[in-house]
Design a protein around this ligand. Structure first.
Ligand code: CDP
Ligand code: MG
Length: 743
């Protein structure tokens, strides 16, 4: 709990103050009654006190009582000052001037679109105004504010708890997947990811516990936000008392207004200083190098203060940039002023995220290396220079092949304009675009493509069907996905057994929705507990599924370390899935020890998160009755049936569409109607190493969890399938048609 430390101090300050007051009131400074002192049978004798002498007056021990008082008074002053500064800062934000007219507009209209420059106070202030104005009716109702990003939800909640001077998790909390920091009885303001609010429709279809819902960062147009807006549009007529506020950066506002029958748009005029835009004269082949060079150019030629914000596409790039910055800064040593490097990306551990908000010390320059998280979701004070290579990592899905990829693509013009704006918040700024002016005008799209048009819709379609939406084509959406994308989603969930042949959702389908993870994983767990050929391996399946949620930060970084660690822990495992299982189990067997992690180059904090995810998944399995079924099965299981085989079969049941077959020219995906796509084993996979080392015969079938496209199409997290007949055994309806037809 990030706040607990501070509150401890506050509590102590308060207690100390009480003590001080009591002492002053009694006027008997030398007779403080200490509770429990009557138990001591000796009296403190002043004569017997040890005396210290010091040659140097200053280093003498201070007179405890008065020294203590002074320190205490100072601490109190500082705390008071801090709270005062926070309140002053709140009042200085652009939305503050519009507080009363905003509240008036909200009272008058059921739906209000609020548009304002990033940093004007929409996310942190609006919800507080609603609380202050009594919209929660003394805590009877809650206020929800959705965020597309986990990092934004947690960091904003912490900030607002601080501003309201309450403990995070009590009155103000956050809820993100696998991490719920709210208390049902006391929380009145909740920041949560849009995906979490979407899930709440399953238990509370009219969201009755909320008085106001703020859909924040709506311009991001994530899949969950779009679907939420559709569902909310549906319930508004039944919940006349519910207030809906859609908050957005300057793009897209009119579209939201149209969608909600001409809802009014409230503009919060922002202050924005002019930003000089610079372009490169030629396209840069290596934008990362160019960005690093630009950082030093700025640092050595531009005055202080003035922090730099660099937009990169992901963790790997950020780490690479950080490393080369540190190396160069090290070489330059005292020739340059100190650089403080602060990375921020979704997977950055929470305790390291606050570094970006810490004020930059005098004579230093902060360089924030961020993903597009800093485009609108987070406002970092003090930024004067923006470096923008103009790329973003984006999910892209091709329904015809069923392939989903994270691709690095050029951003839209709206995005790069937003990014440039980050430089003009404190004063006039500069933005260095690492692409050409020509490219800006001729190559960039105007607006980013909404996620709903470029992603796999299976999960959302299943959720909507479980909520009773039967006519998907009729469901209100800002942008409607095409028929191929919808039919592919239906086909996928049918393959998983979530729909029957009439197209209605099955019990299994409902169960899959209950899991806080993709339906495919839900299917794996269901199979692991119940299928005749698999049951009894639920414990192991849950562990692997939990591990697969955190693979990005599991092993300590460097590649050689990674290899070493694998051979170190386990020797020989046959798949990445078994590697994850063995890693977790070895850790568990060592009592979840931290030193085991250090010895084996595994990230302790990641494993702690995995353990937490695992517990939650296990509880979910328990509620659904799967644990009981699994235990029954475990009693009668045939011990010759190796657990590993049962695990593999469980994964086949959940991911039949993620299987590649070995052909004459390597692996090809299966299941796609118009022939497979060439795919290779990713070098980080255990399979890759065992193939290289043993020259072993490559397995004929490989199940993969993800495809990533870099120099070519790579399979990550691979599980070999030793026997072809397992495919027919586990998913006959799929492989008897699509699979064998094709092959
Ligand atoms: O949502 P919007 O972009 O309109 O602004 P906001 O996120 O509410 O930010 C208002 C102010 O709070 C900005 O000056 C931020 O820098 C500050 N803030 C902060 O200092 N620390 C945070 N964790 C979040 C916001
Ligand atoms: Mg915001």
């Amino acid at each position: 709990a990030p706040r607990s430390g501070k509150n401890h101090i506050q509590q102590r300050l308060w207690e100390d103050q009480q003590l001080k007051n009591a002492v002053q009131a009694s006027g008997q400074t030398d007779e403080i009654h200490v509770e429990g002192s009557e138990n001591y049978d000796f009296v403190f004798d002043e004569e017997a006190m040890v005396e210290f002498t010091a040659e140097d007056e200053d280093s003498a021990l201070p007179d405890t009582q008065s020294g203590y008082d002074e320190k205490l008074a100072k601490e109190l002053d500082r705390e008071h000052e801090r709270l005062q500064t926070i309140q002053d800062t709140r009042k200085s934000l652009p939305v503050y001037k519009f507080r009363s007219s905003l509240i008036e507009a909200i009272r008058e209209h059921q739906v209000l679109i609020v548009v304002g420059e990033t940093g004007s106070g929409k996310t942190t202030q609006l919800p507080q105004y609603l609380v202050e104005e009594g919209f929660t009716q003394d805590g009877k109702f809650q206020i929800a504010c959705t965020q597309p990003r986990r990092v934004a939800a947690t960091s904003v909640a912490a900030r607002v708890a601080d501003e309201m001077n309450v403990i995070l998790g009590r009155e103000v909390g956050y809820s993100i997947r696998f991490d719920d920091k709210t208390t049902p009885d006391t929380t009145i303001l909740k920041y949560l990811t849009d995906g979490m609010l979407l899930r709440e429709f399953m238990t509370d279809p009219e969201l009755n516990k909320y008085a106001c819902i703020i859909i924040d960062e709506a311009h991001e147009r994530t899949l969950s936000t779009d679907v939420l807006l559709g569902l909310l549009k549906d319930i508004l007529p039944h919940r006349k008392d519910l207030k809906l506020i859609i908050s957005s950066a300057t793009m897209n506002a009119a579209k939201f207004a149209d969608f909600f029958y001409n809802a009014p748009i409230f503009n919060v005029p922002g202050r924005r200083f002019p930003v000089d835009i610079h372009y490169t004269l030629q396209p840069e082949a290596n934008y990362l190098n160019a960005a690093v060079t630009t950082i030093f150019q700025i640092h050595t030629t531009q005055p202080l203060p003035g922090d730099i914000l660099v937009f990169l596409t992901g963790q790997e790039e950020i780490e690479a940039a950080q490393q080369s910055l540190e190396e160069i800064a090290h070489v330059l040593g005292s020739k340059i002023k100190p650089l403080i490097i602060a990375p921020i990306y979704a997977n950055l551990p929470q305790d390291q995220q606050s570094k970006i908000f810490e004020p930059t010390p005098k004579n230093c320059r902060k360089v924030v290396l961020a993903t597009n998280i800093a485009e609108t979701s987070l406002t970092i004070n003090g930024i004067k220079y923006v470096i923008d290579p103009g790329f973003v990592k984006e999910n892209s899905y091709v329904p015809s092949t069923g392939m989903s990829q994270l691709l690095t693509v050029p951003c839209s013009r709206a995005s790069v304009d937003q990014r440039a704006g980050r430089a003009g918040r404190v004063g006039p700024g500069k933005c260095f675009r690492i692409f050409t002016k020509w490219s800006y005008f001729h190559e960039l799209e105007l607006l980013p493509k909404p996620e709903i048009l470029r992603t796999n819709l299976s999960q959302v379609v299943l959720l909507l069907m479980s909520l009773g939406v039967t006519d998907l084509l009729d469901f209100p959406l800002l942008d409607k996905p095409g028929i191929p994308a919808l039919s592919k989603a239906l086909e996928n969930i049918y393959t998983l057994g979530a729909l029957n042949s009439k197209g209605a959702i099955t019990r299994l389908g409902r169960m899959m929705c209950e899991f806080p993870c993709e339906p495919e994983f839900g299917k794996v767990l269901h199979t692991a507990a119940t299928h005749d050929a698999c049951k009894g391996c639920l414990e192991e399946a849950v562990t692997i599924v939990a591990m697969l949620h955190e693979t990005a930060s599991l092993f300590v970084h460097s590649k050689s370390d990674r290899d070493q660690n694998k051979s170190g822990i386990i020797g020989k495992v046959s798949s990445d899935h078994m590697l994850y299982l063995e890693t977790y189990n070895s850790w568990r067997d060592m009592n979840y020890s931290r030193s085991w992690c250090i010895d084996h180059k595994v990230q302790y904090k990641t494993l702690l998160r995995v353990r937490n995810i695992r517990d939650q998944l296990w509880r979910c399995c328990d509620t659904l009755g799967l644990v009981a079924l699994n235990e029954q099965a475990a009693k009668v299981i045939n011990s010759s049936d190796r657990i590993e085989h049962r695990i593999i079969k469980s994964f086949i049941s959940g991911f039949p569409t993620n299987i590649a077959k070995l052909g004459t020219s390597g692996y090809q995906t299966m299941g796609a109607r118009q022939g497979g796509v060439n795919v290779s084993v990713h070098p980080t996979s255990t399979i890759f190493q065992s193939l290289r080392k043993d020259m072993a015969k490559p397995p004929k079938y490989l199940l993969y969890q993800r495809l990533v496209l870099t120099s070519k199409e790579f399979m990550r997290d691979c599980l070999p399938i030793p026997r072809e007949d397992w495919l027919h055994e586990i998913v006959p309806h799929y492989f008897s048609s699509a699979g064998s037809q094709k092959n």
